[in-house]
Design a binder for this molecule. Structure first.
Ligand SMILES: Nc1ncnc2c1ncn2[C@@H]1O[C@H](COP(=O)(O)OP(=O)(O)OP(=O)(O)O)[C@@H](O)[C@H]1O
Ligand SMILES: [Mg+2]
Length: 457
């Protein structure tokens, strides 16, 4: 029905044959694919079997009346616009038609040019709506795919960089403290891009002794060294066409760094014990929680390798830099562990959330995840309150514990009691206590001396 290069397909319904033909001719001449019918029963039949972009229908017809037809169409295909025309133009009819979902209402007689303009406008607007829908769907899909949670400015910059690099083959260096999501981002870089059909192979450089790491990476021939009973391809070759994730690259020794650099420069690997080289097309995604630049300065990391790897560096923010994301992350982990444990999803009270947002989170997202997991398992009720947070039972003095009425205390006394409490909670460790109290140790001694003197005098 719809021919190529057509501007779109239109169904025209008018029981007045002349009128119908006139519209069909005019719209066909300006490039639309048009079908004209003289009864609404035929129109409905055709409509249900065709794929029309627009219906133009007369209002008063003998069989099914135009209003009825409009309602059926809107019911079955609400996305298809309908222009209603009638010789009996009345405000009531117009209002009723618009209420029923008509796109436009036109009264006869009308100029053909006016109708042409109206149809063009309808198509234009429809295109915009469709484009919007498509974009929204795309964004939605994109969002669903993304497993990195967060909307803060800091994490949005990470998304931007991930999108920028995932479709390229440049090496990527991911920097960030422990638990900030480096591995998660590495997977996103790989699976979100062109190389997603190739393999993603992770290797933790700090977990394997240097000698073994070399054969892991580059492979070896059979008998290349004692214990090499079988030839091994090596991860560089296995990851060819995909990505090799070198985690904790900062822990790699200098000798191996030199070998890695050579492979990156030449694009070929030579397995240990072999005289032949193998070409590889492996993208390196490297990560480290260490300060690589400082390692370079110290001479512990090769500068040339650093520049090869960090073509595009992505620095992950610490959780403290994006406290705005804590509610979303907490929610995500609450759901994750509820699903895993087969229990209903628990909820955090506003106070509990507030307390979460005030934590320093040295262990970043991983620490938050661990705490939420613990809360899901250990909190008996569906609602997790501030008192359920593991550190709160010690640190927070519930408001109801404050003395009241005639027992109200001077600030100095509160200070003394609280300092003693912190000291006892820190096991008498003054260094730790002063850190928690946010005062230096000497001040703590001074205050203690003051109490002693007060007691003695
Ligand atoms: N933005 C995030 N959204 C959802 N989950 C996250 C996010 N960041 C981290 N996580 C989760 O936190 C945990 C730790 O993340 P990951 O292992 O990627 O951290 P890392 O930076 O590699 O840590 P390390 O340096 O200790 O290896 C994982 O379970 C991961 O799924
Ligand atoms: Mg990691």
């Amino acid at each position: 029905m719809k021919t190529e290069n057509s501007k779109g397909s239109i169904l025209v319904v008018d029981d007045e044959k002349e009128m119908c033909d006139l519209l069909v001719d005019m719209l066909t001449s300006v490039g639309y694919d048009v079908e004209g019918v003289n009864s609404s029963t035929d129109a409905l039949e055709l409509f249900r079997h065709g794929d029309f972009d627009l219906v133009i229908s007369d209002l008063r017809m003998r069989d099914i009346d135009g209003m009825e037809l409009l309602k059926i169409i809107k019911d079955e295909r609400p996305d298809v616009p309908v222009i209603i025309i009638t010789a009996f133009g009345s405000i009531d009819g117009a209002i009723e038609a618009m209420k029923a979902g008509a796109y436009y209402f036109v009264t006869k007689p009308f100029k053909l040019r006016e109708m042409e303009a109206l149809v063009a406008k309808t198509f234009e607007q429809r295109m915009l709506v469709k484009e919007n829908l498509r974009l929204r769907k795309e964004v939605q899909e994109h969002h669903n795919r993304r497993r990195i949670i967060g909307r803060s400015k800091a994490i949005r910059e990470v998304y931007r960089l991930v999108d920028l690099v995932s479709d390229s083959s440049s090496n990527v260096l991911i920097l960030g403290d422990s638990g900030t999501g480096k591995e998660l981002v590495a997977r996103e870089v790989h699976f979100g891009g062109r190389r997603s059909h190739g393999p993603f192979i992770p290797l933790n450089c700090s977990a394997i002794p240097e000698g073994l790491l070399e054969s892991e990476l580059f492979g070896h021939t059979r008998g290349a060294f004692t214990g090499a009973h079988q030839a091994r391809k090596g991860l560089f070759v296995e990851a060819s066409g995909g990505s090799l994730f070198l985690d904790e690259i900062g822990d790699m020794g200098l000798a191996l760094q030199a070998k890695l650099l050579r492979v990156l420069q030449d694009g070929v690997v030579r397995p240990i014990g072999s005289s032949k080289t193998i070409s590889v097309d492996t993208r390196i995604i490297a990560a480290t929680h260490r300060d690589l630049k400082a390692l370079v300065k110290k001479g512990a990391f090769r500068e040339d390798l650093y520049y090869r790897l960090s073509v595009i560096p992505i620095r992950l923010p610490s959780l403290a830099e994006r406290v705005d994301d804590i509610p979303m992350l907490a929610d995500h982990f609450l759901q994750k562990y509820a699903q895993r444990t087969g229990r209903p999803t628990k909820r955090l009270t506003a106070k509990a959330l507030d307390a979460l947002q005030k934590r320093p989170w040295e262990g970043n997202v991983r620490e938050l995840e661990n705490i939420i997991e613990r809360l899901v398992v250990l909190t008996p009720s569906e609602v997790i309150d501030v008192g359920d947070l593991p550190w709160m039972s010690v640190e927070e003095t519930p408001e109801c514990m404050w003395p009241t009425g005639s027992e109200l205390l001077p600030l100095k006394e509160i200070e003394r009691r609280y300092i003693e409490h912190v000291l006892s909670e820190s096991g008498g460790n003054k260094e730790k206590a002063s850190r928690i109290l946010g005062i230096n140790r000497r001040t703590l001694y001074r205050i203690k001396d003051r109490w002693k003197n007060a007691k003695e005098s």
